[in-house]
Design a protein around this ligand. Structure first.
Ligand code: ADP
Ligand code: MG
Length: 626
């Protein structure tokens, strides 16, 4: 911390040297000149020392090794002239992407040596192929001073972070101008619910419930993210929030990313809801069209108070008479657009409150910069009586030993999950894998009931298997990742994950969190295959070493970098092109303050502010609202 603030002070001093004393100077700091990244330079006629931009197809990558710190990449431009790139520091996330055959756009100073063309630590980014679109405008270069490198100023550049902060804060201000139903009523149902709870809320749960209650009593739409580690008890909080809305006569939608989870929510909440006389239904994609239509009609006529569902609830056709609160469980499994579509489920222009839940915590630095328009509540303790899960790494070749262990667990009247990976590109293959494991386990465990659940089963069949596991008839459940999120079967004490190296860290943590919910000592066995890559090794090590979801998220962020971590790359959008929050995080606080000052002085609709946001964050702003 101390060293960070020294760096900040030093940068402050240098900024002052440039006459950037006040925040406002900073915002209006004028570029010295512009650089032209709007075109590419063919490598065949470049001169020594030329600063240029070119596109390369990667030919070879030599990662840093023990003897050698640098990473060396060789590529060739469209006409086949090759260029060597030397990097002094690369992130594992970068290395993982730099593969022969892929393309990158390179900016830097070219050196002509005896061995050909070379660049030291150029600025690079991956592109789809030759012919990827270029910058349309010149890139500003700012006056610099010694020690504050031009390169750093150009990439760090505060403009980008400022635009981001302006965008985020403007979204927040605009939200404050929209209307939401106020829920401050008698809370009779809530009081009755409390009296029926089989346990006391933890202190963390009480705190987050109070935060949510406060939001619901206000006339502006809540945008709250409820974070809490796997098993920390988010569902009951969601239910108690729902009851407040229902008490005041509003409808509630509770969304889950999978049918299995939606079923489970419904099953878990129903006893209490029925006691309270609350009218519920479940709307999922697996229903017959006629059934869906019937449900949609009931929803539109306000004949239902609480609707559980999956993505099917987001369909345009689903209209609520009086939606007061939408709850999205495992929110990271939904796209931003999908979450946003919930805002428009009422026809009267009012916006429902939005509560999102996630067991994949977003580290604070990231949350504060990307999610400024989300308030965050954190459950930071587990309900009492949980024992830590023991994690083991086991080579796949020891599968047969493991089967014996599975038998022992079952004989000790525990239950076992056996998870097989499902990778989209080869769904059929992976399904076969799960079926093979299922057959093997049945063979190896005569007399023991083994079940199989995967994404291709009809919802009816899925439910039958899950019910049998829940009821303890099925002892060993072979599953693809359909069980990844949310499933809660306290008697299960052993989690086996095959090909653990293929899973992401968040997924592994989620899966492991399916056990350790009862009194028995629980274990998680990670079976891994041969020839692990660097990033797979790093993931397995992290999951082995850490239990705490926040620690794991931090590791995940370190291994993958923020773009991957937030799932932005799949969406083709990157929130920050030049600034890097890890590196440039220290500028964030002053820029956040500056953004709020600018908005206050000039207002949300100020053309200069709008232009700045559009220039840097065009197309991105929409994402930031959720
Ligand atoms: P998650 O946060 O992962 O969604 P769940 O809501 O599924 O976790 O809760 C996990 C389990 O803990 C459930 O069986 C739930 O009933 C139980 N639980 C929740 N809160 C408490 C509490 N305060 N005391 C005891 N058990 C609790
Ligand atoms: Mg949950």
């Amino acid at each position: 911390m101390a060293s960070q603030s020294t760096i900040a002070d030093e940068s402050d001093r240098r900024f002052r040297l440039l006459g950037l004393a006040s925040d406002i100077d900073f915002a209006l700091h004028w570029p010295l000149r512009y650089e032209d990244w709007t075109r590419l330079t063919p490598l065949k006629n470049v001169y020594d020392g030329q600063i240029l931009q070119c596109d390369l197809k990667i030919i070879s990558v030599q990662p840093p090794s023990r003897g050698k710190q640098t990473c060396r990449v060789v590529g060739a431009d469209a006409s086949g002239v090759s260029l060597g790139l030397t990097f002094f520091k690369v992130y594992p996330s970068q290395l993982a992407q730099w593969q022969p055959g892929k393309h990158m756009r390179v900016q830097g100073e070219v050196k002509r040596g005896v061995l050909g063309l070379d660049m030291l630590h150029p600025h690079v980014r991956l592109i789809k192929g030759f012919g990827a679109p270029l910058e349309k405008h010149l890139t500003p270069v700012y006056p610099s001073t010694a020690g504050l490198s031009q390169w750093a100023l150009l990439r760090v550049l505060c403009d980008e972070l400022l635009a981001q902060q302006l965008g985020l804060q403007r979204a927040r201000i605009r939200r404050a101008s929209r209307a939401a139903p106020i829920m401050g009523g008698e809370k009779a149902g809530l009081a009755r619910a409390f009296s029926c709870l089989p346990f006391q809320l933890t202190r963390s749960q009480q705190r987050v419930l109070a935060e949510i209650t406060e939001d619901l009593s206000r006339a502006i739409p809540m945008h709250r993210l409820l974070q809490g580690d796997v098993g920390s008890g988010k569902t009951i909080i969601a239910l108690l929030a729902a009851l407040q809305a229902i008490d005041d006569g509003y409808q509630v939608a509770l969304l889950a990313p999978t049918e299995v989870l939606a079923d489970q929510h419904a099953a878990k909440c129903l006893p209490l809801l029925e006691k309270l006389g609350i009218r519920t239904a479940k709307l999922t994609g697996g229903l017959k069209e006629s059934e869906k239509r019937r449900l949609r009609d009931s929803i539109a006529r306000a004949e239902l108070d609480l609707v559980f569902g999956t993505h099917a609830l987001l369909e345009e056709k689903v209209r609520f008479a009086n939606l007061g609160l939408a709850i999205v469980d495992e929110q990271h499994r939904f796209g931003v657009r999908q979450r946003l579509s919930l805002r428009h489920k009422r026809d009267d222009g009012m916006e429902p409150h939005l509560l999102m839940m996630s067991a994949t915590p977003i580290p604070r630095s990231l949350a504060m910069s990307y999610l400024a328009d989300l308030d965050v509540s954190v459950i930071d303790e587990l309900p009492p009586g949980r024992s830590p899960i023991r994690t083991r790494l086991l080579q796949a070749s020891r599968r047969m030993d493991l089967m014996r262990w599975v038998r022992q667990e079952v004989e000790a009247s525990h239950q076992v999950y056996w998870v097989c990976p499902l990778i989209e590109e080869s769904e059929a293959l992976d399904l076969r894998h799960a079926q093979e494991s299922f057959a093997q386990l049945k063979d190896a465990l005569p007399g023991i009931e083994v079940g199989l659940v995967h994404g291709r089963l009809s919802s009816q069949d899925k439910q039958t298997v899950m019910d049998a596991f829940q009821a303890g008839q099925v002892k060993v459940l072979v599953a693809t990742t359909v069980i990844e999120v949310g499933v809660d079967v306290p008697q299960a004490s052993l989690m086996v994950i095959e090909h653990a190296e293929r899973f992401g860290l968040a997924q592994l943590h989620q899966l492991r969190g399916r056990v350790g919910r009862g009194r028995a000592q629980s274990q998680c066995v990670l079976l891994y295959g041969e020839a692990l890559g660097a990033s797979a090794k790093a993931r397995l090590k992290a999951i082995y070493q850490h239990q705490d979801g926040f620690e794991i998220a931090r590791e995940d962020l370190r291994i993958r970098g923020p773009g991957e971590f937030l799932g932005l790359r799949q969406s083709g959008l990157s929130l920050l092109r030049y600034a890097d929050l890890e590196r440039d995080g220290l500028y964030l606080n002053p820029l956040r303050a500056l953004a709020s000052e600018l908005l206050e002085r000039k207002g949300c609709e100020d053309p200069a502010i709008t232009a700045l946001i559009a220039c840097w964050q065009g197309g991105v702003e929409d994402r930031l609202k959720a």
